[in-house]
Design a binder for this molecule. Structure first.
Ligand code: PHE
Length: 478
């Protein structure tokens, strides 16, 4: 309050050492008073009520070692006086000398005549700081010190008090503190650094896809994947939609046109859905229901060179011999990240879970490649009993659901879904007709349950998970 009142009447405080605390005769020049001033200034600064500059006085003082030397003499002098004069008395052994003058003096005194370090910085107790400050009014200056609110409460919302309250600003610079705990996604994240033991060996390396965007547009989550706009997965009952901001950015217009055309009128050998196209539907924002949205972004990017875009990619062409380079380069991609579905939760379902997704693009791939790969992939996780069931996905044909046997539940549990991406998805992106892309998406939690004999998914993920359980469990090794 003193700082604010002084600023109010004098506009600036050139030197905080001249502040006179009411009821005291002397100005607040002491170091303790300036430390109190600093506390107040920092608190006012955090609310933008003041700005201030720090002025430091640096002075040199003796360290404890220096003080000791001032009184008792230097280490070497003490060593010297502890030793008998030449020819007088018995020689002193190093062990005896240490006993007499102490380890430190014996060591230093016997060594160099002087060592640096008799004076130094604070912390070693060497420098004493004096400070004062110059203070100006800040952008939100006021003479009231009423504390800003730190929480928005139900009371404030119902009474309307939130409209007039001032709120403490977030400090985005604050460092988070580690709580020393692991949580379930940690093993997934650690696998990101080295997933190759599951995904293949040696030269067959998979690159990780960027999956940071939990929020996707209807276009990338569904339309680009040839999911019909009337598909039930897009219903509110299945997908969480975002209301603010209301719309996504527009995708690249020519690609958008090819996608809308293949849906509405067909093309690339397909009849399409022959249903009216809604632009509105493509711009809706939602919490992604599968990481295949990220795969779509990556595949579109992979096809850039095939679309004739000028992209840097110095890998050799993967065409048939004698054919000219059509820009296609094979790719193996994976991701591990979170997805969201508006599901009723039970022992095997969660509304938020993780998918491990993979995509392989090459010429001449077949369904047998996909099945073979999945068998090896699961057996490396310790899951030997897998079955495939023909299924339907709007973006893959053929499609296969993947089931694994859960010994504790004593039944087959669906662990993933896979297939060969459809031409209606790949060709609008610009891939040549003979390029095949197969992909799979696997829930991370369900195979982990099978591997570790856990019969309720909520043990691993979600608000009912016991932190003690997570802490006491060995880190899962997929
Ligand atoms: N997106 C599918 C799912 O969420 C998984 C999948 C990925 C299927 C790639 C086929 C190809 O279940």
């Amino acid at each position: 309050q003193l700082i604010l009142d002084t600023l109010h009447s004098h506009s600036t405080i050139p030197d905080t050492r001249s502040l006179v605390i009411p009821g005291q005769s002397e100005p607040a020049a002491s170091q303790d008073a300036q430390i109190a001033v600093l506390g107040a200034l920092n608190s006012l600064l955090s609310r933008d009520m003041v700005k201030f500059e720090t002025h430091e006085i640096v002075s040199h003082v003796l360290t404890p070692e220096g003080s000791q030397i001032a009184v008792q003499g230097s280490h070497e002098a003490r060593v010297w006086s502890a030793l008998p004069a030449k020819g007088e008395g018995a020689p002193v052994t190093p062990v005896q000398l240490k006993k007499q003058v102490g380890d430190e003096t014996a060591k230093v005194g016997q060594g160099r005549a002087f060592k640096n370090g008799w004076i130094g910085k604070e912390g070693d107790g060497l420098v004493k700081l004096g400070q004062w400050f110059t203070v100006q009014k800040g952008p939100d200056f006021s003479t009231s010190t009423a504390k800003p609110e730190t929480d928005l409460t139900v009371d404030m919302l119902t009474s309307g008090a939130w409209k007039t309250s001032t709120f403490k600003k977030y400090n985005f610079e604050a460092e988070g503190s580690s709580n020393g705990r692991w949580f379930f996604t940690s093993p997934a994240q650690s696998k990101r650094r080295n997933p190759q033991h599951l995904l293949g060996n040696g030269s067959e390396s998979f690159a990780e896809m960027p999956t940071a965007s939990f929020v996707e547009s209807g276009f990338w989550c569904f339309d680009a994947l040839f999911v019909p706009q009337q598909h039930p997965a897009r219903d509110l009952q299945d997908t969480f939609y975002i209301s603010d901001p209301p719309h996504s950015l527009h995708p690249e217009p020519e690609y958008y046109k090819r996608v809308s055309t293949v849906h509405e009128h067909g093309g690339f050998g397909s009849t399409g859905y022959r249903a009216p196209w809604s632009h509105e539907e493509t711009t809706k924002l939602l919490l992604r229901t599968h990481t295949t949205a990220s795969s779509a972004h990556m595949l579109y990017k992979l096809a850039a060179k095939c679309r004739g875009e000028d992209v840097e990619d110095d890998r050799p062409a993967a065409g048939k011999e004698g054919k000219k380079d059509d820009g296609f380069r094979p790719a193996k991609l994976f991701s591990i990240d979170r997805v969201f579905r508006n599901e009723t939760t039970d022992a095997t379902h969660l509304a938020e879970f993780h998918q491990v997704e993979g995509v392989v693009a090459d010429r001449g791939l077949t369904l047998a490649d996909l099945i073979g790969f999945m068998k090896v992939f699961f057996s490396k996780m310790g899951i030997k009993q897998v079955r495939f069931k023909p299924a339907y996905n709007p973006y893959t044909e053929p499609s296969l659901e993947i089931f694994a046997f859960h010994p504790m539940l004593d039944r087959w549990v669906e662990v993933g879904n896979s297939g060969m991406f459809r031409p209606e998805m790949l060709e609008p992106m610009g891939f040549p007709k003979d390029v095949r892309v197969h992909g799979w998406g696997i829930g991370l939690e369900r195979p982990t349950m099978i591997r570790y004999g856990i019969n309720n998914i909520r043990t691993l993920m979600g608000h009912k998970t016991s932190i003690e359980y997570i802490e006491d469990s060995p880190a899962p090794m997929l």
